[in-house]
Design a protein around this ligand. Structure first.
Ligand SMILES: [Mg+2]
Length: 162
């Protein structure tokens, strides 16, 4: 339990249903990109992800992308999937979440953070007092810092995904 525990742990973004969001009492999603919606640096979303975004929006939920990646990567990607975005959001710090929340046209009752990393997405959500849905990473992500974070995640994930 504590700051590193997500509200819910699922496999893929497409496992998040309108029913689950209603159960959580959330009407808005702050959504990660790399390893959540698409493989890192790739322009095409994972299979089914675009359909999922469209269905979630059609069900009345607000969705804003909130990513730590650069604007150069996130802006064109967000545009291509039809979502507003905050890039360089510095998760787990709360600033990006606040900026993403402010991009919503209506004030949300409650937001849920969705992402694949415990030390950015889940920790950030908990620090900001928001709910979170943790997903399983699907693609290799290059870099030493991500390698360290994945190693730190290992035992926590083991308990979450029994
Ligand atoms: Mg990610």
């Amino acid at each position: 339990m504590g700051l590193l525990t997500p509200t819910v742990a699922l496999k893929n973004v497409t496992d998040i249903t309108p029913g689950l969001l209603r159960e959580l009492g959330c009407d808005a999603i702050l959504l990660d990109v790399d390893n959540t919606l698409a493989p890192p640096t790739e322009k095409t979303p994972y299979e089914g992800a675009q359909k999922w975004i469209d269905e979630i929006k059609a069900n009345g939920f607000h969705v804003v992308i909130c990513s730590n990646n650069f604007r150069k990567r996130i802006l064109p990607f967000s545009k291509s999937v039809g979502l507003d975005c905050v890039a360089m959001s510095l998760k787990p710090l709360p600033f990006g979440f606040v900026r993403a929340k402010n991009k919503l046209h209506e004030k949300p009752k409650s937001v849920v953070v969705v992402g694949d990393q415990i030390y950015t997405d889940v920790l950030g959500a908990n620090l900001a007092g928001m709910k979170s849905i943790l997903l399983q990473p699907r693609s290799f992500e290059p870099g030493i810092t991500i390698k360290i974070r994945r190693a730190m995640e290992k035992n926590i994930r083991k308990k979450l995904y029994k």
